[in-house]
Design a protein around this ligand. Structure first.
Ligand code: ATP
Length: 301
């Protein structure tokens, strides 16, 4: 049996540069993995009489995630990752995937992508495939735009549809408070809304990269941002309220992550993160779930 952590990601910056003819969007993002993670266990699953392949998916959830839409069938990205890997390298699909969800779904936190990346990495070991990080990266792109990043984790500048990755090394430990309102948003619908408005953003992604490398959290805070806020906030005004609330309560910067609805606030350190999270939970319970999380360094595949 193999156990892996599948950490959530935040978009410290998300700029949409345009829509490609194939429907994907060109983006420029700074991605950061954090220590809110699903756990993924992979076990050998001997085929039953007559079958030569068998995949089982068993999902459990952290208390509070009971209502989340997490498919238990072929739509689940973890299962899709296993199937893709087995098909690509001609090995029998023999696995039981036990997924313990801690990352809220449809939250902008990349939960499904994190699970898919963990399955690719884990089955490469469990099935003794010996595939290189580059080979896994190529498969990851086919599963989703955030999956390649989730394979390496840490901090990265992501371009193209998210698959062109340049790892970054922030010179300071980053802490965040996440607020996940009690509803989910569909990534596809948010990008459709962006297409209608075609909002051009003015995010300074290169400057954010510089600020991270300098290790200046106040400057990082001023530079975080998300072009999709322009189409999401007018429809869900509570998200703007949360962002402004986090700033008013002392966050160095705040932005929506991915296609939302999670909003994060960047803070100085652990104590500030825990205090701010407790204060938000006490003062504004209607805003939803609140987490204090730490940025994770990348791991080699
Ligand atoms: P995206 O990666 O598109 O930004 P997200 O981070 O907002 O998405 P996910 O947690 O990946 O959200 O869930 C998006 C949808 O993907 C869910 O509503 C669910 O139907 C589906 N899904 C497929 N596999 C998984 C999985 N392993 N965990 C959670 N959701 C999954």
């Amino acid at each position: 049996m193999l156990s892996l952590a599948a950490p959530a990601k935040l978009n410290l910056a998300l700029d949409v540069l345009g829509r490609r003819p194939d429907g994907y969007h060109e983006v420029k993002m700074v991605l950061q993995s954090v220590d809110l993670a699903d756990s993924v266990q992979l076990l050998d699953c001997p085929p039953r009489g007559g079958e030569n392949s068998r995949a089982r998916l068993v999902i459990s959830r952290e208390p509070g995630l009971e209502g989340e839409d997490i498919p238990g069938d072929e739509r689940n990205l973890a299962l899709q990752a296993a199937r893709l890997l087995a098909g690509e390298y001609g090995v029998a699909l023999r696995v039981e995937i036990r997924l313990h969800k801690r990352i809220p779904a449809a939250a902008g936190l990349g939960g499904g992508s994190a699970d898919a990346a963990a399955v690719l990495k884990g089955l490469n070991l469990l099935w003794d495939l010996g595939r290189t990080p580059e080979e896994l990266h190529r498969l990851a792109v086919r599963l989703g735009a955030d999956v390649p990043f989730c394979l390496q984790g840490g901090t990265a500048l992501a371009q193209g549809i998210g698959e062109r990755l340049s790892p970054l090394r922030p010179a300071v430990e980053l802490w965040f408070v996440l607020v996940k309102p009690p509803f989910g948003l569909s990534t596809a619908e948010v990008y459709r809304a962006w297409d209608e408005v075609g909002e051009k953003s003015r995010l300074k992604v290169e400057e954010l990269v510089e600020a991270l490398q300098e290790g200046d959290p106040a400057r990082v805070g001023r530079l975080v941002g998300n072009a999709l806020e322009a189409v999401v906030f007018p429809r869900y005004p509570v998200l703007k309220e949360i962002k402004e609330g986090l700033l008013a309560l002392g966050a160095l910067g705040a932005a929506m992550s991915g296609s939302g609805p999670t909003v994060f606030g960047l803070v100085e350190g652990e104590e500030q993160a825990r205090n701010l999270a407790a204060e938000v939970a006490r003062r504004r319970p209607e805003w939803g779930k609140v987490y204090a999380v730490r940025a994770l360094p990348g791991s080699s595949t």
